[in-house]
Design a protein around this ligand. Structure first.
Ligand code: NAP
Length: 292
C-alpha cells in the first residue's frame, strides 16, 4: 500500500492566500500595513536564503518585510540595543531573530529581549507560558504548521496516540503541547491527542513509535525513522531538514516508510513551507493586537 502524500506546499499556499486577504481587510479598516523585521547576524548562507524567502513571502501577502543585516562581529550589546529600538518602534509589529547566532552571542538572552507582543516566533517564555495554558498569543510556526497540515488533510488527532520524536524548544516540545491541548486555540483546530515525547535517552524507541497512530519526527538525523518503527496505516510527519551529499532529506526513510504508512509528508514540500505561512499569520495577529 502506498501512502497518501501530504502536500505541504499546496496547504501553505492556501494559508498564505487566506492571510493576504486578511491583511488587505485589516489595511482597509485600520490603514496599517503589518510589518515584520528580521535580523540576520553574520553571513551564514543558509540563513541568508531563509531570510530572503521570508522577505519574499511577506511581500506576496501584503506585509512589509525588512531585513536588518548585521556583521558577524556585532556584539551582544549592539544586538540587544537594536532589538530594544525595534521593540519601541510602532510601525514594526513582528521581530524575528534568524538563528543560529554567532557563537559569541547568547541566543537565550537575545530571544528574551524581544517584546512578547512582537515575538512572532513564539520563543519568549511569556508566550510559551500562555500557549501551555491554552490561551496563546501566538503559536510557534513549525508546530502550528504541523497542526494545520494534519487538520487540513483531514487527519484528526483527537484521542489518537501521537508520538513526537524530539523535545527541542522550537519543534518537539511545542508540537507535543499544542496537539495535547484540550481545545483548538484558534477556532476549530486539531487538538486533544494523547501525546508521548521521545528523545535521545528513550529506551527501545521503536517499541514506542510502533504504538503510534501518528509519528512526528523532529530529530535532525537523515532517514532515522525506518519502516520497522511504524505501525501499518499510521500517519508520519517528517519535520527534519538534513543536508546530505544527495541533497535535502528528512528524518524519515521516505521510500520505505511510505510503503507502510497511510499518509506521509515529503521533504522537501511537506512541513517546511508551512513554517513561513504560519509566520505570516503571526505577523498579522501581532499587527491586529498592537493596533487595537
Ligand atoms: P534539535 O534541537 O537538535 O533537537 C533534536 C531532538 O532530537 C532532541 O530532542 C534530541 O534528543 C532528539 N534526538 C536526537 N537523537 C535522537 C535519537 N537517536 N533518538 C531519539 N531522539 C533523538 O533539533 P530541532 O531544532 O528540533 O530540529 C529537528 C529537525 O527539524 C532538524 O532537521 C531541523 O533542521 C528541522 N527543522 C525543520 C523546520 C521546518 O520548517 N521544517 C523548522 C525547524 C527545524 P535530546 O533532547 O535528548 O538531545
Amino acid at each position: 500500500m502506498a501512502a497518501q502524500i501530504l502536500d505541504g506546499k499546496k496547504i501553505a499556499l492556501q494559508i498564505r492566500e487566506e492571510v493576504a486577504v486578511q491583511v488587505q481587510k485589516f489595511y482597509e479598516i485600520k490603514r496599517v500595513q503589518p510589518k515584520l523585521v528580521a535580523i540576520l547576524v553574520g553571513d551564514d548562507p543558509a540563513s541568508a536564503v531563509y531570510v530572503r524567502n521570508k522577505e519574499l513571502a511577506c511581500k506576496k501577502a501584503g506585509i512589509a518585510g525588512e531585513v536588518i543585516r548585521l556583521p558577524h562581529q556585532t556584539t551582544q550589546i549592539e544586538l540587544l540595543a537594536k532589538i530594544c529600538e525595534l521593540n519601541d518602534e510602532d510601525t514594526c509589529h513582528g521581530i524575528l531573530v534568524q538563528l543560529p547566532l554567532p557563537a559569541h552571542i547568547d541566543t537565550r538572552t537575545v530571544l528574551d529581549a524581544v517584546a512578547p507582543e512582537k515575538d512572532v516566533d513564539c520563543f519568549s517564555p511569556v508566550n510559551v507560558g500562555l500557549m501551555s495554558q491554552g490561551r496563546p498569543r501566538f503559536l510557534p510556526c513549525t508546530p502550528h504548521g504541523v497542526q494545520q497540515l494534519l487538520g487540513r488533510c483531514g487527519i484528526d488527532v483527537q484521542g489518537k496516540h501521537v508520538v513526537v520524536i524530539g523535545r527541542s524548544d522550537i519543534v518537539g516540545k511545542p508540537t507535543a503541547m499544542i496537539l495535547a491541548l484540550p481545545t483548538g486555540p484558534f477556532g476549530k483546530s486539531n487538538a486533544n491527542a494523547t501525546v508521548t515525547i521521545c528523545h535521545s535517552q528513550t529506551q527501545d524507541l521503536a517499541s514506542v513509535t510502533r504504538n503510534a497512530d501518528i509519528v512526528i519526527a523532529a530529530i535532525g538525523k537523515a532517514r532515522f525513522v525506518t519502516a520497522e518503527m511504524i505501525k501499518p496505516g499510521a500517519c508520519v510527519i517528517d519535520v527534519g531538514m538534513n543536508q546530505t551529499p544527495e541533497g535535502l532529506c528528512g528524518d524519515v526513510d521516505f521510500d520505505r516508510v511510505s510503503q507502510v504508512a497511510s499518509a506521509i509528508t515529503p521533504v522537501p514540500g511537506g512541513v517546511g513551507p508551512l513554517t513561513i505561512a504560519m509566520l505570516l499569520r503571526n505577523t498579522l495577529i501581532a499587527a491586529e493586537t498592537q493596533t487595537n
